[in-house]
Ligand binder design. Structure first.
Ligand code: CU
Length: 147
């Protein structure tokens, strides 16, 4: 029984899975900035998406520097700045204010999460197998105990 579960788990790791389910899309994301926060402070896109960031400071001059992608924007209140890039690297990337805008300026940070564009088939299948394996194990143990 345990052997079957282990075998299935190995199979799941080795077998190729269906390709990406999310096709790359174009996204326009507006980010407001004020002392001392970005809104939104967390962005999520899929790998391969073409992202246009449109940056709007609302109180004083702010900047937005996105690590990993080298995007650097700066604008005065009432105006906006924008940049377009392809999110071709997965992972978490911080963005922070690049203009010294006050005492809490160093804490003005946000996070861009570039996720994989495929449904996590592998992880889901492993979780199911683990659950079935646990049930089977408990069942066998109960059966043995009853003899
Ligand atoms: Cu700032």
């Amino acid at each position: 029984m345990l052997g079957i579960a282990v075998g299935l788990a190995i199979g799941v790791m080795v077998v190729p899975w269906p390709g990406p389910v999310a096709t790359p899309t174009q996204r326009e994301i507006h980010i407001n900035a004020r002392q001392f926060a970005f809104e939104p402070a967390r962005l999520r896109v899929n790998r391969g998406d073409q992202v246009t960031l449109i940056f709007h400071p609302t109180d004083v001059v702010h900047g937005l520097y996105l690590e990993g992608y080298g995007v650097n924007l700066k604008a005065v209140p009432g105006e906006s700045a924008q940049a377009t890039f392809v999110a071709d690297r997965a992972g978490k990337f911080r963005y922070r204010c690049s203009v010294s805008c006050g005492s809490l300026h160093p804490f003005m940070i946000g996070e861009l999460v570039v996720g994989p564009n495929a449904f996590p088939w592998r992880a889901s299948a492993l979780a199911i197998i683990a659950a079935l394996g646990t049930v089977a194990f408990l069942y066998v143990r109960a059966w043995e105990a009853s003899r």
